[in-house]
Design a protein around this ligand. Sequence first.
Ligand SMILES: [Fe+2]
Length: 429
Amino acid sequence: MIEDFLSFLDVGQGQQSLRTLSRRILQKCRKITCAEAGTIFLVRRRGQTRALESMSVQNDRIRLPDRSFLVPYDTRSIAGYVAVTGEVVVIEDVYAVPLGRPYSFNRAVDMATGYRTRSILTFPLRNFQGRVIGVLQLINRLGEGGENLPFEPSHEQMIAPVNAVLGRALEQAEILDVVADANEKLRQRNKELREERARVVALQQETEEAFRTSVRLLARAAELHDKDTGQHIVRVNEYAHLLARKAGLSKVFCDEIRYTAQLHDVGKMSVDAAILHKQGRLTGNEITEMQRHTVYGWEILRASDRLSMAAEIALSHHEQWTGGGYPRGLAGEAIPVAARIVAIADVYDALRSNRPYKAAFSHARAVEIMTAGDDRIRPADHFDPRLLSIFARQHAEFDAIWTRFDDETAAAAAAAAQPIVPPLASTGP
Ligand SMILES: [Fe+2]
């Protein structure tokens, strides 16, 4: 008999829900005992109290509502008594419960349905530790001709050995239900996390965009104080990016220099405007103040970790390879590579531009000065020789950038577009 039950329970066990398993167990027990009806209850905790919850209710004669119900965990009902005491209860006619028993039969269902409950066999379901975890109640044993028969001691003996097996199977199914429930919660949580992650990524992109816009606006704001307006800062970004790529620097570095190079002269915002826009020769003190734009820029930018490359470019883009630059007179590789790159980009762009002290040079002349020098520029002293040789090889691409972001083209494009803010009056040369 036990083997029969075990093989029965093995079929599909693990994939069955608690209610499905309860239904199959009850059907099996009813078949063994020829019971017309029956119920399986499980002991459930509800806060501090316990109750019996129906997991399967079967009746071959009448149709019962397909929903579970609760029975108090106490000895007033037959099922409650079995759950509390762990005893087996066999009654021939529940309408004639012997006197002196704590429980009585609740006739409410019979009265509502017209069914007549007579014989009952109720026994506990136990878990591995022997604790009662549920109750199986068999109702109205029928004979072959459909006549009412009492349950016999042999039925109790027939089922008693397997009730532990049933109890364990039910407990396993209950654990599976709990695991399935936990898995479902986990799946839901994972879904929420994925959505949360997507929101964070979107927010990061938005923040990154806002950050880069702020950097661009800061560079533009600084430019308004300077004589070098127009597309200078955009071109310096592009030259620097080109040089960094050709020098084999990492993608992260190349991406970063492409939006931080434009901040190289941001410190000019702090230089006295009278000195910044003075026509004619500067005095020694005025030159010193002008040169301090490197330190001012560093002071503005060092506040942000994200702008550490911009800060070192601002501080060191006027340093020279052999140590003759300012503000610290660094030499060689002591000068941050980002600043060495921007030095070449900045000087090339200055040569191509109109300045108060000089007209714009052609690309060919600018390349000649960058590589062979003139009365102001000594390439071997000023520039990192490795970066300069990259410039010498890639100079055509510098010219292409100049043409693409040429000031006149930009001015024409700006004029074609409706300006939102009227152009500022020129404050100097
Ligand atoms: Fe500068």
